[in-house]
Write a new protein. Structure first.
Lengths: 221, 217
């Protein structure tokens, strides 16, 4: 059918190495999500604080993260910071870039979620003697996470897909980087990247299924 | 402190890259939207069961990194089928399908937001399916879908930074070429980021404005 001989066996033999890469990919994605969620909560607090400097800082962060390519942010973390004299390893710059991106997007999603929580609730908490922070922690935050859970899942999927950008700053231990290195050795571009695509697809499906299970357990009304 | 080796020629080089970014974006968003509308309507008309194969294929475009999609398409069309397509056309093709995959969901959401009773009323007034779609569904669905479509178009513009992998020199790639030569990463990246930001930010704001304005009434 095709004037081309597929060499699936050669690609299949490299599966263990690629799965190792997939673990690194997951590691970066999960780390960036955990730090990203914490930073996004912090940014949300900054925006709610009413302090102009903190609010401006948070807004700037969110707008830059949302309005420039993720690849640009990773470049900035790697080459931009190097220009300032701060040399990060590819792993660190990838993590920093994705975390920056995640935090920005999540903060914006949290802001949307906050609109669904009536202002009267934290006020009621305040009148019960809670501090501002307590009212946020015990009344607003749980609902905020619950409402934005689907978007958090989406962002997690994005984080996994974004790890493939690490190769542009010289990362070679994640799934895409490993595949690229193997490709340089064997020139089985199509077969290798098809396998990488399947692995990515499976990872994404596992995340979505996991999120569905978690949401069913956590958010029963 | 503000000495720079950046010459006018380099600036023109960057502008060419920016032009390429916009070119790829406009082509893929335009074609992708048309395809996405077709897919979205098919998805709505066939229902979840019969459109499952189509949705499965479109879901693949959303579950695999764009970088891999580009490499795979380039390798498949180039070395397996030996079509000898240029990187630019491969990039446009992949981004078109990528756009259509997201656009189909947006279109479906828009159509579903139109109350069924309204459409039944249209049909009982003697409108054909096409007339109903054209005069009832389209104006209402557009209101729901346009803000997310703007977000999608901007997303594609940002994602078009990845087409460097099929030898298309767009803005970010030309920036990187200049960084390698001039060794002034901070300045060049700032220019590059400012370009993306200046396009994306006002349009995103406009989308937010539309969303707020149209959701109130």
């Amino acid at each position: 059918m095709f004037n081309y001989r597929f060499q699936w066996k050669q690609a299949y033999a490299k599966l263990p190495e690629m799965l190792d890469g997939a673990i690194t990919t997951m590691q970066v994605a999960i780390l960036s999500m955990v730090i990203g969620i914490l930073l996004a909560i912090l940014l949300t607090l900054f925006r709610r604080s009413g302090n102009r400097i903190l609010g401006g800082f948070a807004t700037t962060w969110v707008e830059i993260a949302r309005n420039t390519p993720a690849l640009f942010q990773i470049y900035m973390a790697h080459f931009g910071l190097a220009g300032l004299g701060l040399h990060l390893s590819p792993y660190q710059s990838l993590l920093l870039g994705i975390t920056f991106n995640n935090a920005g997007y999540l903060a914006e999603n949290f802001r949307g979620a906050l609109k669904a929580i009536p202002d009267t609730q934290p006020r009621a908490g305040r009148s019960l003697g809670m501090s501002d922070l307590q009212a946020f922690r015990f009344i607003v935050l749980p609902q905020m996470i619950r409402i934005s859970f689907p978007t958090i899942t989406n962002q997690m999927v994005w984080a996994v897909l974004m790890t493939s950008l690490g190769v542009t700053v010289g990362m070679n231990s994640d799934l895409y980087g490993v595949t690229q290195d193997l490709n340089a050795l064997t020139f089985r571009t199509f077969e290798l990247f098809a396998m990488a695509a399947v692995i990515f697809y499976v990872i994404v499906k596992i995340i979505q299924a996991g999120a569905w299970l978690i949401s069913r357990r956590l958010f029963r009304y | 402190m503000f000495d720079t080796a950046l010459t006018l020629n380099d600036f023109i080089f960057l502008a060419k890259g920016a032009g390429m970014t916009i070119f790829v974006t406009v082509i893929s968003v335009a074609l992708g939207t048309v395809l996405g509308i077709v897919f979205g309507v098919i998805r709505y008309q066939l229902g979840p069961v019969w459109s499952a194969p189509l949705m499965f294929v479109l879901d693949i475009f959303r579950s695999i990194p764009l970088l891999i999609q580009l490499v795979l398409a380039y390798a498949f069309l180039g070395t397996v089928l030996r079509l000898g397509l240029s990187g630019l056309s491969v990039a446009c093709m992949v981004l078109t399908l990528y756009t259509s995959a997201y656009c189909a969901e947006i279109v479906r959401g828009g159509i579903e937001a139109v109350p069924l009773t309204l459409r039944r009323a249209a049909r009982s007034l003697g409108m054909s399916w096409g007339q109903d779609m054209r005069h009832i569904v389209m104006p209402l669905a557009t209101r729901v879908a346009l803000p997310s479509w703007i977000g999608l178009a901007l997303g594609v513009m940002k994602d078009s930074a990845l087409v460097y992998v099929v030898q298309v020199t767009e803005l970010l790639k030309s920036t990187q070429i200049l960084i390698t030569r001039l060794q002034e990463p901070l300045l060049l990246l700032t220019i590059c980021g400012a370009f993306y930001f200046l396009i994306s930010f006002p349009v995103a704001r406009f989308g937010g404005y539309l969303e707020r304005r149209w959701s109130n009434d």
